[in-house]
Design a protein around this ligand. Structure first.
Ligand code: SF4
Ligand code: SF4
Length: 122
């Protein structure tokens, strides 16, 4: 790319690839469980601003054809991504209308498993 006398080149540094090879999982990765969430949209509050689907880190929401009474198109979960919510609640935080929230899904036997692990560590 040339900008009035400056010459720049955009290249991928060979070092980047090399560094990434040495990335590792956190040492206590196995002790943590990625939570699962259920997405709930409060239809009458939504103004179709799109923040929730623009900023979801899992990119699992999109605009649907379903409209609320005011005519705003509601967000929906993308096909095939029904189980992808990690309950980060970013959509909840970012929605200016308080129109979306998450219910964390507890899997069966999760509490017993946690207690067992804690006892093992003692
Ligand atoms: S909780 Fe996080 S992952 Fe789930 S829909 Fe909201 S922004 Fe996406
Ligand atoms: S951020 Fe809230 S108001 Fe905006 S589209 Fe999502 S649910 Fe609707």
């Amino acid at each position: 790319m040339r900008i009035q006398g400056y010459e720049t080149s955009i290249q991928t540094s060979p070092q980047v690839g090399e560094e990434m090879r040495f990335w590792r999982k956190p040492l206590d990765f196995d002790k943590h469980k990625i939570p699962k969430g259920k997405v709930i949209v409060i239809a009458e509050r939504c103004k179709a601003c799109g923040f929730c689907y623009e900023f979801c880190p899992k990119d699992m929401l999109e605009e649907s054809d379903q409209r609320n009474k005011k005519g705003y198109k509601l967000p929906k979960i993308k096909e095939g991504m029904e189980d992808d919510c990690i309950a980060c609640r970013h959509c909840e935080d970012i929605c200016p209308e308080f129109g979306i929230y998450i219910e964390e899904i507890e899997e069966e036997g999760e509490d017993e498993e946690k207690e067992k692990k804690e006892k093992e560590e003692e």
